[in-house]
Design a protein around this ligand. Structure first.
Ligand code: FMN
Length: 111
């Protein structure tokens, strides 16, 4: 059976709220990225990582950048929560900046 975990990093609470909604919908485990241990995360087939957007960076994405080589074969999705109005070019910029090379297969959703 497929299992999943939602990791989130949220300063003001918006990303945390989305993470909680996702948890309710999926039944996945849910925890702050800062508290996540790699061996724990590796137990799940699906990893959803959410973070607020700060100056075009995604809070907590460093967890994936650091550990991606240990997550081969996992289904990985990232969602980011920003305050800017929806803008395809801003999303393209985030994709270009952060989802290259080993992270290029990750599914990205900007909210
Ligand atoms: C210093 C700072 C930089 C920010 N930079 C961006 C940005 O580049 N793009 C954007 O859409 N929102 C930006 N925001 C807005 C946050 O992404 C937004 O408040 C988001 O909801 C924060 O997520 P959180 O509530 O989970 O911490 C910025 C906010 C702050 C305080």
């Amino acid at each position: 059976m497929s299992s999943g975990i939602i990791l989130y990093q949220s300063k003001y609470g918006a990303t945390k709220k989305y993470a909680q909604w996702l948890q309710e919908e999926t039944g996945f485990a849910c925890m702050e990225t800062k508290a996540a241990k790699l061996n724990q995360v590796c137990e799940y087939d699906t990893i959803i990582l959410g973070g607020g957007v700060y100056a075009s960076g995604i809070a907590g994405l460093s967890f994936l950048k650091r550990n991606i080589k240990f997550l081969t074969g996992k289904k990985i999705l990232v969602f980011c929560v920003g305050a800017s109005p929806y803008d395809e070019s801003a999303i393209a910029q985030i994709r270009e900046l952060h989802f290259k090379d080993e992270l290029s297969a990750i599914i990205l959703k900007c909210i």
